[in-house]
Design a protein around this ligand. Sequence first.
Ligand SMILES: Cc1ncc(COP(=O)(O)O)c(C=O)c1O
Length: 407
Amino acid sequence: MTRVFDEDLGAGFGTRAVHAGQRPEPLAGAIMTPVYLTSTYVQEELGRNKGYEYARGKNPTREALERNVAALEGGRHGFAFSSGMGCVDSLMKLFRGCDHVVCGENVYGGTFRLFDKILRHYGMEFTFVDTRELELIGRAVKKNTRAVLVETPSNPLMRVTDIRAAADIAHQHGAILIVDNTFASPVFQRPFELGADVVFHSTTKYLNGHSDMIGGIALVKDDAIAERLQFIVNAAGAIPGPFDAWLALRGTKTLHLRMRQHDITGRAIARWLVDQLGAESVMYVGLPSHPQHELAKRQMSGFGGMISIELGTRDRAAHVLKRVRVFSLAESLGGVESLISHPATMTHASVPADDRAKLGITDGLVRLSCGVEDTEDLRADLEQALQGLPAAKREAGSGKRGAAVLR
Ligand SMILES: Cc1ncc(COP(=O)(O)O)c(C=O)c1O
């Protein structure tokens, strides 16, 4: 299994982002880790090799990425996967058919779909709760609970879970805490420092940052969990190809710089949107009006570029989605380019309509991923897109928050 280089851990975040896990290549001294396009490795003699046997188990490009992100998160081991979902699926293989997981009720729709539509059929049990309410986590725990999984801030409602408190609850019951840190990235949130046992990412998003690959990564501190996960990686094989691993590794070199800009723009656009739509209609963890802003300030060092806005009706959402010019209508987030999406019909379409309505993922909800273009161009784009918004009338399923924009 891939372990961080201990000597990388003393450096500052930016230095780790650029160098951790990477050493000049021994043949020519290439400063960039080569893309090791190989499926197997020649063995010197029976039972003697250079530590590599077959590339499903290990690949040097992938190892560099795993060491790099493990160093950024403050974990000890890293495991890269072919997608964020491949990562979650492999993490669930740490458990057995009779085990129970407490999961945040507002997580990425694909995570919910994997648990609800596939893993349940193998006998695993899942209870979905509002993890903002700590007593609901405690109440959901059962004798067979093995893990609590939280996504914070959550996609797309920007809910914040108290990581330290969730870790304490999980540990009191002999379970582990798994944190999806995709939205915050290790630049702004370090779940291991707050007690998490496993941290994971869709590397497709901020870690890669350039919207040119799909991947996932899990970071682990505990050697026993890491050994089991290495077994799963090799046995189940949800690994990324070396070129995708290399693209993600190139992305992490500038993660700290990109996140700084996402954060500057996120804050500015969120404040401007409050003036246009009212504070109740803008969900951004960096706004003082966000119900959990104080908690966000405690456990995050920045707030990034993810904003959701409630426009009240599907027509009003469609109006904005059609008129944007700099933002592009597309699934995904975290890239250098700004994206805009409609969670109810895109990322969270697999969540049943009733559940979506209860959660507040309404037909009027629009999610923005602010990229690193000029802030002023993004603001101007939204300004022209909001012009001529159809008159607000309440639509079925537009939820409580929707009422706020019906001014
Ligand atoms: C928060 C979060 N976690 C996990 C995933 C799944 O990642 P992937 O699309 O790389 O499989 C996503 C995808 O949008 C996500 O937003």
